[in-house]
Design a binder for this molecule. Structure first.
Ligand SMILES: C[S@@+](CC[C@H](N)C(=O)[O-])C[C@H]1O[C@@H](n2cnc3c(N)ncnc32)[C@H](O)[C@@H]1O
Length: 215
């Protein structure tokens, strides 16, 4: 078991959670135009999930991935924002691919060790207050030979773009609870995973990351 979040982390978590509660009603509207691009990546991402696997989706949000869930897997979808989760449960779902939903903080997953074959998250570990703690929890909930699949935006390695992201970060955290300058690939490694693949999808910013628990 990983260490529980500290008091300071508890306060930050509550603040980020409030920001998502505030955004829930307009989230799909605001993100709508970006989805034209994101949907291509989402389809490819979910194509990597092996058939017949037990999947944990962390930070399901309003449920934009639901239409891409393969029919032959069993998905448990969690989020720490009741309003985001309520939207996901109301989203039209295919009867053959209906996930189980649970209100839960990624930093304290209420699942037994090794409960899942695959853990997935799309655009979530930019917001989880302690991303390494959240990723350690993902590792704990994964089978030793399981897979972590992430689609995330990260700090660009291009110097000028990266510095711009550092500059913008305090604003995006305050307004949306989103960090635009995280090194999520390194965080995955630091949480005890071995990186198998990093696919740069857009400007060294959007990455598809595949990892497995390190021995
Ligand atoms: C940017 S949204 C992405 C939603 C969805 N995955 C998508 O691709 O549209 C981030 C989501 O992660 C959730 N989230 C952030 N931190 C979390 C945490 N510590 N535990 C659970 N969910 C979290 C937020 O409530 C929000 O729904």
């Amino acid at each position: 078991m990983s260490a529980p979040p500290s008091k300071a982390n508890g306060r930050t978590t509550a603040a980020i959670q409030r920001r998502y509660e505030r955004q829930a009603a307009v989230y799909d509207l605001v993100e709508g135009p970006a989805e034209l691009l994101l949907n291509r990546w989402r389809r490819r991402f979910w194509g990597l999930v092996p058939a017949d696997s037990r999947v944990l989706e962390i930070g399901v949000g309003t449920g934009k991935n639901l239409r891409w869930h393969p029919p032959n897997v069993s998905v448990t979808a969690v989020d720490f924002s009741p309003r985001m989760l309520a939207r996901a449960t109301r989203r039209t779902q295919r009867p053959d691919a209906r996930p189980g939903f649970a209100l839960m903080d990624a930093q304290t997953l209420a699942f037994a060790d090794a409960s899942f074959d695959v853990v997935v998250a799309t655009f979530v570990f930019c917001s989880v207050p302690d991303p390494i703690l959240g990723l350690q929890e993902a590792r704990r909930a994964l089978q030793p030979n399981g897979r972590l699949l992430l689609l995330e935006h990260v700090r660009s390695g291009l110097p000028v773009v990266g510095r711009g992201m550092d500059w913008l970060n305090p604003l995006t955290v305050r307004l949306q609870g989103v960090n635009v300058n995280r090194d999520t690939v390194d965080n995955v490694r630091r949480a005890g995973f071995r990186i198998l693949e990093v696919d740069n999808l857009f400007l060294d910013i959007v990455k598809l990351i595949v990892a497995e628990p390190a021995p």
